[in-house]
Write a protein that binds this ligand. Structure first.
Ligand code: ZN
Length: 349
């Protein structure tokens, strides 16, 4: 196993199983991993006062991102039969189109077509109203209208086709499906032709097989198919913005200190070489690892001794150094007051 093509999208690394002597054994998969934006929002929601005016906004966004991730997780079982060297599965591919990004939940690449899956994890009764181009959700006595996901899918098909043409990639048809992955959703809609593009996860394999049959002969070779998948992964850029910038927050808005693993109390006191919870009296040796992880998610991949003392509510430069030096996966650079510790981006402490 080798980890390759992590140039931009480190959180969602591409895993390739490569036999360098026989390229026909190569299987390409970009696995589903927890998006880094979710980890950042989780760190932020822990460290924002419930009374802060951005708290509800952050919680709602976190819920939305988690629903998207859960929707994709719910597909995994149904994708297993598709895993083969003739079918490449690429989760969460985000391509730049000159002015805008297009985020695709799943790309299925074969020698006959590229299939975009737009995954929605919504519960309740969902009515697809084609005439008004909207999706109406009826849930707990409340009606909410959303943009018809078919519009989003059609835009993605158009953008991806254009993106491939501009890179002179081998010509191949691009199709799309909307997958409603919540097990308790009730789907209702017009019996028009377009609704056949909205499916349940259990139908994915069958729909891929139908497309395979529809085209009979492949349009491209295995080498060309690999080239297309490699280009998608090469240009994939994960959504990795600073949450402090996104929500226009300052350092002062963030609650500092080590959090108790057991009762959630913060900040913990440093007493006799361990962290002690003033609420439940639990003592922990390495509770600062998770606080450091929050720090890196919120403020970026580096920390100095001064920042460590501020965030951990400690006075001693010696203790701050000792904690940093004993934390795994940190690289030390610089000397004396300019010493900086950097975390490897793949690591969650
Ligand atoms: Zn506690």
């Amino acid at each position: 196993m080798q980890i390759l093509w992590c140039r931009r999208n480190i959180a969602a690394c591409v895993e390739l199983s490569i036999n360098p002597l026989n390229w026909s054994d190569e299987m390409i998969v970009k696995k589903l991993v927890l998006p880094r934006q979710i980890s950042k929002l989780q760190a932020l929601s822990k460290r924002l006062r419930a009374s802060h005016d951005k708290f509800t906004h952050v919680q709602n966004d976190l819920g939305r991102f988690l629903a998207g991730y859960n929707g994709e997780k719910a597909l995994q079982f149904h994708l297993t039969p598709l895993s083969s060297k003739d079918t490449h599965l690429l989760h969460n591919v985000r391509l730049f189109h000159g002015k805008q990004f297009s985020q695709m939940d799943l790309l299925i690449v074969t020698r006959k077509f590229v299939l975009i899956l737009e995954v929605k994890y919504m519960s309740g009764m969902l009515h697809f109203d084609r005439s008004f181009g909207q999706l109406v959700q009826h849930k707990n006595g409340v009606e909410r209208a959303f943009t018809d996901p078919m519009f989003q899918l059609e835009r993605q098909i158009h953008l991806l086709t254009d993106w491939m043409e501009k890179r002179y990639l081998p010509r191949i048809p691009v199709h799309g499906l909307v997958v409603m992955s919540h097990p308790h959703a009730i789907l209702k809609g017009d019996s028009s032709k377009q609704d056949s593009s909205i499916i349940r996860p259990a139908s994915i394999v069958e729909r891929v097989a139908q497309l395979e049959e529809h085209y009979r002969e492949p349009f491209i070779s295995i080498a060309e198919m690999k080239k297309i998948s490699h280009e998608f992964m090469r240009w994939d850029e994960s959504h990795d913005e600073s949450v402090l910038q996104t929500y226009k927050l300052d350092k002062e808005d963030i609650l500092c200190g080590v959090i108790c693993n057991s009762c959630g109390h913060m900040p913990l006191d440093r007493i006799h070489g361990s962290w002690r919870c003033g609420n439940c009296t639990l003592r922990m040796k390495t509770a600062h690892h998770s606080a450091l992880s929050d720090y890196f998610l919120l403020f970026g991949p580096t920390i100095t001794n001064r920042e460590m003392r501020w965030f951990f509510h400690i006075q001693s430069t010696f203790l701050a150094n000792r904690l940093l030096q004993s934390t795994p996966h940190l690289t030390k650079s610089g000397h004396y007051k300019s010493t900086v510790y950097t975390i490897s981006e793949q690591i969650n402490l």
